[in-house]
Ligand binder design. Structure first.
Ligand code: SF4
Ligand code: MG
Length: 321
């Protein structure tokens, strides 16, 4: 299989107080032993409640923050052991787009410069082809090339997200982390941006890690899905398997909250007890045991193994161990 990304036992701990980590005591375990792979040209969704470590996972993969432990292989190469030149190249091949397009756009630059800035910096296209490159990228993103001289505030939220996407796309990336890319947009605009991302994936052969708490968007756009709880992946698999046959009690609870269009369909709403424990002091054993309605004695002390249930469907729960 052609994996563009392989994440192995990735950990990202933050010290609680200022100062260095001492044996990781008292650290916030934002990402705690996360492993998954993404096949080239596909979209993997990362879901889970806010604070579960989705964004930190995305940023650590891109080396926007340092990892604590584990491996991130991009096209077979460990991104944390690249030399300066390789890292520079990686900075164009892996991109990220954020939830709030406005805060990541400089208000003082016309959008042509915003989109083209890093292209020039990395000398990606010859000077005489720069304009043409910009025009093509902007057109691909549904932006009018004659808008190049306008400023971000002159655009709507949806158009600003198009500008951010164009800025990422202009660098000829292979992989884009989309961190809640439509959450801040009007529902009417969301579908347009989702469609744009899908069109660009086909046109440019892109691979996405799509971070979202919106399960219906994830079901629509993702080929595979990973479910995170308290810094760890509890279940991964094809979108079809995860949505039609969720196995982990947390996934079941999370998915039971999706509003379903058919009022006659019977889905029992599972309400989780308690609140999410602090990632600085996660429960022993299965991290979900304090809220699980199927918790057994063993769950309180032993971390469950990850089990393959067929077709790449992985679940981390004692019910399947
Ligand atoms: Fe629930 Fe135990 Fe499975 Fe954890 S391991 S999800 S506590 S049944
Ligand atoms: Mg987030």
């Amino acid at each position: 299989t052609d994996y563009i990304l392989e994440v192995k036992h990735l950990k990202k701990y933050f010290p609680i107080k200022n100062g260095p980590l001492r044996n990781n005591q008292g650290a916030v375990k934002a990402v705690d032993d996360v492993s998954f792979t993404i096949q080239r040209g596909t979209t993997m969704g990362l879901v889970g409640e806010s604070g579960c470590g989705k964004s930190t996972t995305g940023r650590t993969i891109l080396r926007l923050m340092d990892k604590t432990d584990g491996e991130v292989l991009f096209n077979g190469k460990e991104v944390y052991s690249l030399n300066k030149k390789e890292l520079r190249n990686l900075r164009t091949k892996m991109q990220i787009i954020f939830q709030d397009p406005y805060s990541s756009l400089s208000p003082r630059l016309p959008i042509g410069e915003i989109i083209g800035e890093a292209v020039k910096e990395h000398n990606l296209v010859p000077k005489e082809e720069h304009e043409e490159h910009l025009n093509k990228i902007m057109a691909s993103c549904g932006l009018q090339p004659y808008h190049k001289d306008r400023y971000p505030h002159e655009f709507s939220g949806g158009q600003r997200q198009r500008i951010c996407i164009a800025r990422a796309l202009a660098l000829d990336p292979e992989f884009i982390v989309c961190d809640e890319p439509v959450s801040a947009l009007d529902v009417s605009i969301q579908a347009q941006i989702i469609n744009l991302l899908e069109d660009l994936q086909k046109e440019y052969g892109l691979t996405y890690l799509f971070i979202s708490h919106d399960l219906s968007v994830v079901e629509h756009i993702c080929d595979t899905v990973g479910v995170m709880y308290l810094g760890g992946l509890v279940e991964t698999g094809s979108t079809e398997d995860i949505f039609s046959n969720p196995l982990h009690p947390y996934t079941k609870a999370l998915f039971s909250a999706i509003p379903i269009p058919d009022p006659n369909a019977k889905i029992e709403r599972i309400v989780l007890k308690g609140s999410i424990p602090s990632p600085a002091n996660p429960p022993e054993g299965c991290k979900f045991h304090t809220r699980c309605n199927q918790c057994m004695e063993i769950c309180k002390t032993k971390v469950p193994d990850v089990k393959e249930m067929g077709n790449g469907h992985m679940v981390k729960c004692h019910l399947f161990n």
